[in-house]
Ligand binder design. Structure first.
Ligand code: HEM
Length: 449
């Protein structure tokens, strides 16, 4: 059973925010709350399943304007749209709008995961994660990522005539994160983790009913086992660090273990390390990109000898590739007053952040796939390109995702020719986009390789 209730999280309607402010005398936004409890939930779910959610939102905006009220899953809701709405939400302080994650995520990723934290706690944990995810540090992991990608292609692509892109990209992302985040090398432990992680991810956006046969139950059990494995691994890594058998820069875990406060106490408790390593795994897993052919990749390949690893400088040259990836992301997701309307205390606010990606005044001819739009000297106005969010909770993994995407694209386009081999390459939202047939392609290894 899929996530009926919590679909809003990752769509292009980002996290739900509960309002904590006082009532005032302004009027409510236009729109109807629909039938009790059901409200507009079923029609929105149907739009998601049939991949017409964008149209569903556009119709709503056309009918009521950029601010309207509705009811989703029994909760009165205000829907906001536009660049100003993005800015309002991303810059609102936590006392006005509180970030509310689905119950399933809290249970599976743990109470101390970054998305659950606010104020100083959020700053402290985010600071620790960023100390690993910042470009200066990630630089040194390009080679490690490169090795994972080559090994993946060797095992799953070379010698094959047909592959399923989507499940393979997930396997690859898992392996990259496993190596760089958990520092768990290929072998029995990683194989065990792959299976557990598949179970875990299945329940992240499921209905949180913990009965023996539910997806949520299977996910919780997998989460508990992964946490035990990680705790053991933390113990081993701590020992290795003390005995100088490991380096603080080995992986995310050794990095987090090595951060100390001024009084030399550890900055993050073991439980916090486990919850956040798991969260990063979840946050970085399903967000990989679609890949296309580029001239610049061929040029970089020519400049390298056979088997030579990619470097940070190579990635810096892949400007066009990153514009393509950026374009792919654009196309993809107290009472307070906003725009002259009242948003009462306790209502949730949902917003279609990525709808600004389709705003003609910001991105001319928005339906056209045109990576050159990101070449422009003047960047897109603030809060208009928001694939990675914005403000204090903006995705700290964006540089990681950039490196992963560029390095993968490099090998795919320089080593293979391919064509689509399924008539139906449609996708639906579950709530993330999922190719209905896994995106099968026919591949041929390029002669020069
Ligand atoms: C194309 C890939 C990715 C996209 C589009 C993406 C998108 C996002 C977005 C929109 C948010 C903000 C959610 C909010 O407003 O609350 C976010 C948060 C986050 N992302 Fe990513 N992400 C990607 C990859 C990654 C990767 C690879 C990692 C880790 C290595 C990561 C780690 C995180 C974390 C830890 C947060 C929570 C930040 C906080 O609460 O302060 N993401 N991501």
């Amino acid at each position: 059973m899929h996530s009926a209730i919590y679909f809003t999280l990752f769509l292009f309607i980002f996290p739900l925010f509960y309002l904590l402010t006082r009532r005032n005398s302004k009027r409510l936004p236009p729109g109807s709350l629909g039938l009790p409890i059901v409200g507009q939930s079923l029609s929105m779910l149907h739009a998601m399943r049939t991949n017409t959610s964008e149209k569903w939102l556009q119709d709503r905006i056309r009918k009521y304007g950029p601010i309207s009220k509705l009811s989703l899953f029994g909760i009165p809701t205000v829907f906001l749209h536009g660049q100003a709405a993005n800015k309002f939400i991303y810059t609102c302080d936590g006392n006005t709008l509180a970030n509310q994650q689905p119950h399933s995520i809290r249970k599976i990723c743990g109470e101390r995961n970054i998305m659950e934290l606010s104020g100083d706690d959020h700053k402290r944990v985010r600071g620790a994660l960023v100390s690993f995810l910042k470009p200066e540090v990630l630089k040194q992991y390009v080679g490690k990522m490169d090795e994972e990608i080559r090994m993946h292609l060797e095992m799953h692509w070379h010698g094959k005539q047909k592959v399923m892109v989507m499940p393979l990209m997930k396997t690859l992302t898992f392996n990259i994160i496993c190596s760089l985040i958990f520092g768990i090398e290929r072998g029995a432990k990683r194989d065990e983790l792959v299976v557990l992680f598949q179970h875990l991810i299945g329940g992240v956006l499921s209905v949180p009913i913990n009965l023996p046969f539910t997806q949520f139950n299977r996910s919780l059990k997998a989460s508990a086992k992964i946490k035990t494995i990680l705790l053991e691994s933390i113990g081993e890594k701590r020992k290795a660090l003390e005995q100088h058998g490991a380096s603080p820069h080995q992986d995310l875990i050794t990095c987090l273990l090595s951060i100390h406060n001024e009084d030399n106490s550890v900055a993050l408790a073991d439980e916090e390390i486990v919850d956040n390593a798991l969260t990063i795994m979840v946050a970085g897993y399903d967000t990989s990109s679609i890949l296309i052919t580029f001239y610049e990749q061929e040029e970089i390949a020519k400049s390298k000898s056979a088997g030579e690893l990619l470097t940070w400088d190579d990635l810096a040259k892949m400007k066009y590739t990153w514009r393509v990836a950026t374009e792919t992301l654009r196309e993809g997701p107290k009472d307070i007053e906003y725009g002259g309307y009242l948003i009462p205390k306790g209502w949730q606010v949902v917003w279609a952040a990525c709808m600004t990606h389709m705003d003609e005044s910001i991105f001319p001819d928005p339906s056209k796939f045109d990576p050159t739009r990101f070449e422009k000297k003047a960047p897109a106005p603030p809060f208009s390109f928001v694939a990675f969010g914005g403000g204090p909770r903006m995705c700290p993994g964006n540089e990681f995702a950039r490196i992963e995407t560029l390095a993968t694209m490099h090998y795919l386009v320089t080593q293979f020719k391919w064509k689509l081999c399924c008539v139906d390459n449609s996708f639906s939202r579950d709530p993330l986009p999922v190719f209905n047939h896994g995106l099968p392609i026919q591949i041929e290894t390029k002669k020069s390789n």
